[in-house]
Design a binder for this molecule. Structure first.
Ligand SMILES: Cc1ncc(COP(=O)(O)O)c(C=O)c1O
Length: 447
């Protein structure tokens, strides 16, 4: 019987051909690090609801969900209608428009920290802007971030974002690196002791449910402690809600936990599946970009050709309107919980020694964690070395599971995420695909 990888190569032969051609255009043939796959990635022709389709017609239940940008699923009718109505009326108006006001008002209404809002084009731009604002506001230079937390790919935040966390990222000047302080997650004493010895910290950034969509999870009490300690030291607290904003709850993680940061960064769901991002926060900080209110030598410049693009605004408004009900989040959270339990049961029935963890609408499988006698859902990521949580302990298992799941009709990335259209049938089909893939992995001698 052919191995999983052999089957993958023959079933997705057309995708393989495209990927070879793509390597002549793009490094690795891909357009985002996470789209790189071994032996090659599949090519998607279109998507609808909870499904997407490869160019050779394979239907996949999608747990990647537009890198987390999709909460309402693919092509929600309200978003399709809003964007279709908009596209013939000008894609760039070169001026202010009412859609940006409506979009900004939704952000203000939903996100507790949002006294003022500024739109940008991505999460990376949002954290870049937030750091500049914090530096301008405080007159200080340093940035604190946590190991394993991802805030985009610009110089100040990319260190310790992707495994191996302790290997320096090339191409960043030493002087910039010196300004980024990486601390261990969930360790308030480390934060306190750093702040006591370093008066030059402008901002502390955190993914409020943990680094990498919760792969390196965060304790709610840590967030409360951070709120206190940053206030005590005059440091700007930023919740990076690029992934959690409008997903954890209509008001993001900050509304869920009842902790209000000074600034918030958003993207993904914010723009309803189109490109877009935002920085929101205290009026006295955001007003540093105000030409009217701020002296010229203190004003932080902030242009951006596509800021508040009307197509993104129309998709964002249609999405946030539905997200404000809390219904899609409740459904996505319930789906993820059912999957966590179903997958854990299958793992335990086979005594694989793997763990499953996660909360809200995502989860992670830990292969071969090596802790004897721990059932899958008893795996406690908080007691595990955080440096080992983000990359698979057994890359060979991760690779075969991914390929096997794709062959069985499921796109299951490292941190799967759920959305509103995932149905009971999708859950059952996913669990069935998981069982079949494990059977194949067993016959390939992997488990
Ligand atoms: C928490 C967080 N911050 C920032 C970013 C960067 O956003 P973008 O990919 O839009 O630049 C991401 C992207 O995954 C993210 O999850």
């Amino acid at each position: 019987m052919p191995s999983i990888i052999e089957r993958y190569e023959s079933t997705f032969a057309t995708d393989r051909e495209l990927s070879v051609q793509a390597q002549e255009i793009f490094p690795d043939g891909v357009t985002h690090d996470n789209r790189h796959a071994d032996p090659f990635s599949v090519y998607i022709s279109h998507a609808d609801g909870s499904k997407k389709y490869t160019i050779s017609g394979h239907e996949l239940i999608d747990f990647w969900c537009g890198h987390g940008a999709l909460l309402l699923s693919h092509n929600p009718p309200e978003v399709v209608k809003a964007v279709s109505a908009r596209i013939g009326q000008g894609t760039h108006l070169g001026g202010s428009h009412q859609l940006e006001m409506e979009w900004g008002q939704w952000v203000k209404d939903l996100i507790p920290s949002a006294e003022r809002v500024r739109f940008v084009n991505s999460g990376t731009e949002a954290t870049l802007m937030a750091i500049r604002l914090a530096r301008t506001f405080t007159g200080r230079n340093n940035v604190i971030k946590f190991a394993g937390h991802f805030h985009g790919w610009h110089d100040s935040v990319i260190p310790a974002a992707r495994p191996p966390l302790d290997v320096p990222v090339p191409g960043i000047p030493g002087a910039v690196l010196d300004n980024t302080i990486v601390l261990p997650p969930n360790d308030i004493d480390a934060v306190r002791s750093h702040l006591e010895s370093d008066p030059d910290v402008a901002i502390l950034l955190i993914e409020p449910t943990g680094g990498g969509w919760g792969a390196v999870p965060c304790k709610p009490e840590f967030l409360a402690d951070l709120r206190q300690v940053t206030s005590d030291h005059g440091v700007i607290l930023l919740f990076d809600e690029v992934i959690t904003g409008f997903r954890v709850s209509p008001g993001g993680a900050q509304a869920h936990y009842g902790i209000t940061p000074d600034m918030t960064t958003m993207a993904k769901i914010l723009a309803g599946g189109l490109p877009g991002g935002a920085v929101a926060g205290r009026a006295d900080i955001l007003d540093l970009i105000s030409i009217k209110k701020t002296d010229v030598e203190k004003k932080m410049p902030h242009p951006g050709t596509f800021n508040a693009n009307p197509l993104s605004a129309s998709a964002g408004i249609a999405t946030l309107k539905i997200a404000s009900t809390g219904e899609p989040q409740a459904h996505a959270n319930e789906t993820a919980a059912t999957l966590r339990h179903g997958i854990a049961k299958i793992i335990d029935d086979r005594n694989l020694g793997w763990g499953v963890y996660g909360e809200f609408s995502s989860f992670r499988i830990v292969f071969d964690h090596g802790i004897p006698g721990v059932r899958a859902l008893e795996f406690d990521p908080f007691t595990f070395d955080h440096n080992r949580l983000k990359s698979p302990i057994r890359p060979d298992l991760a690779r075969n599971l991914r390929c096997g799941m794709l062959l069985n009709g499921v796109d299951l990335p490292g941190t799967p995420i759920t959305m509103a259209a995932h149905s009971g049938d999708d859950i059952q089909a996913t669990l069935g695909a998981f069982e079949t893939t494990l059977d194949w992995m067993k016959s390939d001698g992997l488990i």
